[in-house]
Design a protein around this ligand. Structure first.
Ligand code: C2E
Ligand code: CA
Ligand code: CA
Length: 811
C-alpha cells in the first residue's frame, strides 16, 4: 500500500502548520516593522533635535554677529551626518549665510522609503537672540532613506529569520507527524489488510511498537475486539450451517431447492442418492431436465406441478407424484412445493416424502373394499351396486332379469375335511368354472364363505320366458358345479350346490330384499334335498311370519327385561394386562333358552327396536362401572366397550341420552368406548363425526368394529375420528392359513400405525395366532384364548382383584 506523498496526513499537517506559522509570523513581523518604523522616525526626529541643541548657540552667535566663518564651521560640523542632504543657516531676511548639500548615494530601498514616507524631510530651527528678536534660522534636510537604513536592516533580519524558523519548524513537525502518526497508521492498515475473511485461524492485528497505550493502541484493540466478535459470529454461523446440513442430510425425505428457472440450488443426501449424482453436479442443472433423463412423462408432470405453484400461497402445493429413481425404483412421492425468496429471487423448496408403502396399502384396502381376495370376484359391496344398475335397467327396458344365490352343499364339512387351503383352492376352481359359463354382462360375486351370487340382466320381456332362461342357465350351473374338480394334492372332488332364484324387478324390492329373497329360495332348495334350485315364490312369506313372531318376542323381552350383559375381556397381547371388556348382549328366551345375538340383533335392527336395547346395555355398563367405583376396584384406564347400531348412532338425541345415563350413575365417559361399524359411520358421515367428537371431548373413545370386512374407500375412513380398530375375527381365523389374509392383517396394522390408531384383534383362539400378532407391539387381544364372555361379577373377581369389603362378605 503506497500513498502519494502529497496525500499523506503528515504532509498535509505540515502544510497546514507551515501556512499557519507563516501567516502568524508575517502578521507579527508586519506589526514589529510598523512599530519599528515609528521608532525609527522618532529616532530621526530626536537625532535632529539633538543636532539642533548642540549647534543652536554657535548658529545663533553666527547669525547675531553675522559671522560667516562661524556659520561655515557650524555647517561643516553637520556634514559628518551622512543622512543630512542639505544644511543652511539663513539670516532674518532669509539670506544664506552658510550652507551645505550632498546627493545621497543611489539606493535599492528608495522605492520603499517613498512608499512609507517622504523622501526628504526638512527641519527648521528659528534662531532667536536673548532679547527675543528673531535673527535667522537653521534649516536641515534629512534623507529618510538613509535614516531608515538601520530599520531596513533589522526588518530583513526579522523576516528572513522568521521564515527560516517557520520552515524548520514545519520540517520538524512533518518528521514528527510522519514517525508518530502516519507510519504507525500505515502499519496498522497494512496489518489489517492482510486479514482474509476466509481465514479460519486467529485473526488479530499486532500492536505497533510504542503505541500500545495511545490512541493507536485503542484502534488496534477495538479492531481486534471487532475481529474476535466477527470470528465468534462466523464460527456460530458455520456451526449452525453444519447442523442444518446434518439434519437435512439425515432426513429420509428428498429435500432440495430450485431457483426461478427450476435449476437446483441445493440438494440433500437423499436427493443425491435418488438421482445418483453429487450435489455439485446437480447445482445449476434444470430439475425437470435431470428427471427427464429418467422418465419423460414424470418430468412433464413435475413441470406442471411447479408451474401450478402459487408463489403467494404460504401453504405451498402438495401433490403425489409417481417418480422413478435413477436406480429404477418406482416410487410414489408426496411432493410439497413451497415458494420462498432468496436474495430477492423467487425460489422453490421441494420436500419429497416416500409414501409408496402407504399408497400400496391404500390401493390394497381400496381393492379389498370391492373385491374378494380369494377369487378376485366382486364382493357384496360391488355386487349390490351392479345389481342396483341391473334392476334399474330392467325397469327401464321392461325386461326381466334374475338373481341367483348359490351355496355349495355341506361345504363346511368339506372344508373341515380337506383343510382351509384346499377348501379355498376348491372354491377358487369352482368360481372359475362358473365364471366361464357366464357371458360378460352377467355379474358373478362372492358374498363370503361358500356363498356366490349372479345377476343375469336382460332376459326376456315375458316373465315366463325369462324364468325359463334363468332355469336353463341354473341347470347348466348345477351340472358344472357337479363335475369333478382336481385339486393340487391329486385328489378329485365332486361338489353340489343349491341355487335360489329370484326374478327382478320384483315389485319395488331393493337389492337387500332381493338378496334376502334369493337366500330364502336357496334355503328352500336345500330343504328340498340339495343339488337343486328353487324359484322364489310369494308363498315363502312364511319366512316373514317367523320374523314377525320373533319381533313380538323381542318386544316382550325388552318390556320384561330378558336381556343381560356379559363381558369379554380385552387384554394387551404382550403384557396380558386387562385394558377393556366388551359388553355383549344375552337373551334369555323364556322357552328357547339362550338365543345368540347373531339370531336376533338383525331383527332388532330391522324393526328399529335395537335403539332401546343399545341404551339398555349402556345403562347396564354404567351400573357396573358405578359398582366398581364405589368398591374402589375400577382400574384407572379400564373401559367397557359398547356396540352401537347404526340407528342408535343416528338418533338426534343420541349424545344427550348417553350423557344423561352416564351422569345419572356419576361415572365418566373416560371408562367407556363405543364400537361402531364403518358402514354406520360412513352412511351419515358429517352427523356421526360431530357426535363422535362431542363424546370424545367428554373422554369417550370410539373403535371401528369388524374392520377389514370393508365397505368403503380408505379416503373416507380417514375422515372418521376413531381411536381404535378391531380387526375382524375372520381375518384372525385365517392367519397362518391364508397368506392373503396375513398380508391384509399386516396392511391393516400398517394403516392403523400411520393413522395412529390402537388395534384390537378379535376372536384370537390359538396361541399361534397370538404369537403371530405379538410380532407387533401394542396389539390387544379379545378371544377365547384369553377368555369367553362372562358375567360382570365373574369378570370383576378374575380381573379386578382390589375388592370392596361388602363383596368379600357377600362371598
Ligand atoms: P361382535 O361385536 O363382533 O362381538 C364379538 C363376537 O365374537 C361375540 O359374539 C363374541 O362372543 C365372539 N367371540 C369373541 N371371541 C371369540 C373367539 O375367540 N372365537 C369365537 N368363535 N367367537 C368369539 P356374540 O356375543 O355372539 O355377539 C355377536 C355379535 O352381536 C357381536 O359381534 C355384535 O355385533 C352383536 N352384539 C352383541 N351384543 C350387542 C349389543 O349389546 N348391542 C349391539 N348393537 N350389538 C351387539
Ligand atoms: Ca363388537
Ligand atoms: Ca367384531
Amino acid at each position: 500500500m503506497t500513498i502519494e506523498f502529497y496525500k499523506r496526513i503528515a504532509y498535509r499537517l505540515m502544510r497546514a502548520s507551515l501556512a499557519i506559522a507563516l501567516t502568524l509570523g508575517l502578521i507579527v513581523a508586519v506589526f514589529q516593522v510598523v512599530v519599528d518604523l515609528d521608532n525609527q522616525r522618532q529616532q530621526i526626529d530626536n537625532h535632529v533635535d539633538e543636532i539642533f541643541s548642540v549647534v543652536r548657540n554657535s548658529a545663533q552667535r553666527a547669525v547675531h554677529q553675522l559671522d560667516a566663518n562661524l556659520a561655515d564651521e557650524v555647517i561643516k560640523g553637520l556634514e559628518n551626518y551622512n543622512f543630512i542632504t542639505y544644511a543652511a543657516i539663513l539670516d532674518d531676511r532669509d539670506q544664506v549665510i552658510a550652507d551645505y548639500s550632498s546627493t545621497p548615494p543611489p539606493s535599492d530601498t528608495l522605492w520603499l522609503t517613498r512608499l512609507i514616507a517622504e523622501e526628504i524631510k526638512t527641519y527648521q530651527l528659528d534662531l532667536i537672540y536673548t532679547n527675543g528678536i528673531y535673527e535667522g534660522k537653521l534649516v536641515l534636510s534629512v534623507s529618510n532613506d538613509l535614516g531608515f537604513a538601520p530599520f531596513y536592516d533589522r526588518g530583513i533580519t526579522i523576516l528572513v529569520s522568521g521564515i527560516l524558523r517557520n520552515l524548520s519548524l514545519a520540517l520538524v513537525l512533518f518528521a514528527l507527524f510522519h514517525f508518530m502518526l502516519t507510519r504507525p497508521l500505515v502499519t496498522i492498515a497494512k496489518r489489517f489488510s492482510l486479514i482474509r475473511p476466509d481465514q479460519t485461524e486467529q485473526k488479530r492485528i499486532d500492536h505497533v511498537d510504542g503505541h500500545q497505550f495511545d490512541e493507536l493502541g485503542y484502534i488496534v484493540n477495538d479492531a481486534n475486539n471487532f475481529l474476535a466478535a466477527l470470528e465468534r459470529w462466523q464460527t456460530g454461523l458455520t456451526k449452525s450451517e453444519q447442523q442444518l446440513r446434518l439434519i437435512l442430510d439425515t432426513s429420509p425425505n428428498l429435500v432440495f431447492a430450485v431457483d426461478d428457472n427450476y435449476r437446483f440450488i441445493f440438494a440433500n443426501t437423499t436427493t443425491e442418492q435418488f438421482y445418483q449424482k453429487p450435489q455439485v453436479d446437480l447445482i445449476g442443472q434444470d430439475y425437470c431436465s435431470v428427471h427427464k433423463n429418467i422418465n419423460k412423462e414424470e418430468a412433464k408432470a413435475l413441470q406442471l406441478s411447479l408451474d401450478r405453484l402459487d408463489f403467494n400461497d404460504p401453504q405451498g402445493l402438495t401433490v403425489e407424484h409417481s417418480l422413478t429413481s435413477a436406480r429404477g425404483d418406482r416410487l410414489v412421492i408426496q411432493m410439497t412445493f413451497i415458494a420462498f425468496h432468496l436474495d430477492g429471487k423467487a425460489c422453490v423448496l421441494i420436500v419429497g416424502l416416500d409414501v409408496t408403502q402407504r399408497v400400496k396399502a391404500e390401493e390394497r384396502v381400496e381393492y379389498l373394499a370391492y373385491f374378494d381376495t380369494l377369487t378376485d370376484l366382486p364382493n357384496r359391496n360391488l355386487f349390490q351396486n351392479q345389481l342396483k344398475k341391473d334392476v334399474r335397467r330392467a325397469n327401464r327396458t321392461h325386461t326381466f332379469g334374475a338373481l341367483l344365490f348359490i351355496d355349495f352343499d355341506e361345504f363346511k364339512r368339506i372344508n373341515d375335511t380337506i383343510g382351509h387351503s384346499l377348501g379355498d383352492e376348491l372354491l377358487l376352481k369352482l368360481s372359475v368354472k362358473i365364471r366361464k359359463l357366464l357371458p360378460e354382462s352377467d355379474t358373478l360375486a362372492r358374498l363370503g364363505g361358500d356363498e356366490f351370487v349372479i345377476s343375469l340382466p336382460d332376459l326376456d320381456k315375458d316373465l315366463e320366458q325369462a324364468k325359463d332362461q334363468a332355469i336353463t342357465l341354473t341347470k347348466h350351473l348345477l351340472a358344472t358345479i357337479n363335475a369333478p374338480v382336481a385339486l393340487s394334492n391329486g385328489a378329485e372332488f365332486v361338489v353340489s350346490g343349491s341355487i335360489g332364484i329370484v326374478m327382478y324387478p320384483f315389485e319395488d324390492s331393493d337389492t337387500e330384499v332381493l338378496l334376502r329373497f334369493a337366500d330364502t329360495a336357496m334355503y328352500k332348495a336345500k330343504e328340498h334335498g340339495r343339488n337343486g334350485y328353487q324359484l322364489f315364490e310369494e308363498s315363502m312369506a312364511a319366512e316373514v311370519h317367523r320374523h314377525v313372531q320373533l319381533e313380538s318376542d323381542l318386544r316382550e323381552a325388552i318390556k320384561t327385561k330378558q336381556f343381560s350383559m356379559v363381558l369379554q375381556p380385552i387384554v394387551n397381547g404382550l403384557s396380558g394386562n386387562l385394558v377393556a371388556a366388551e359388553a355383549l348382549i344375552r337373551w334369555n328366551h323364556p322357552t328357547q333358552g339362550l338365543v345368540s345375538p347373531n339370531d336376533f340383533i338383525p331383527f332388532l335392527e330391522n324393526s328399529g327396536m335395537i335403539v332401546d336395547v343399545d341404551y339398555v346395555m349402556v345403562d347396564k355398563a354404567c351400573a357396573f362401572l358405578k359398582e366398581l367405583m364405589t368398591a374402589g376396584a375400577l382400574p384407572a384406564d379400564f373401559r367397557i366397550t359398547l356396540n352401537l347400531c347404526a340407528n342408535t348412532l343416528y338418533q338426534a338425541d343420541f349424545v344427550e341420552r348417553i350423557v344423561a345415563i352416564v351422569e345419572s350413575y356419576g361415572v365418566s365417559e373416560r371408562n367407556i368406548e363405543f364400537e361402531i361399524t364403518e358402514r354406520a359411520a360412513l352412511h351419515r358421515l358429517d352427523e356421526v363425526v360431530a357426535k363422535i367428537v362431542t363424546l370424545q371431548r367428554r373422554g369417550a373413545t370410539f373403535s371401528l368394529d369388524d374392520f377389514g370386512t370393508g365397505y368403503s374407500s380408505l379416503s373416507y375412513l380417514k375422515r372418521i375420528p376413531i381411536n381404535k380398530i378391531k380387526i375382524d375375527k375372520s381375518f384372525i381365523d385365517d392367519l397362518m392359513v391364508n397368506s392373503e389374509d396375513e398380508v391384509l392383517v399386516e396392511s391393516i396394522i400398517a394403516i392403523a400405525r400411520t393413522m395412529k390408531l390402537a388395534v384390537v384383534a378379535e376372536g384370537v383362539e390359538t396361541q399361534m395366532q397370538a404369537d403371530w400378532l405379538n410380532r407387533y407391539s401394542d396389539i390387544c387381544f379379545q378371544g377365547y384364548l384369553i377368555d369367553r364372555p362372562m358375567t360382570p361379577t365373574a369378570c370383576r373377581l378374575k380381573y379386578m382383584p382390589k375388592q370392596s369389603p361388602e363383596l368379600q362378605i357377600e362371598k
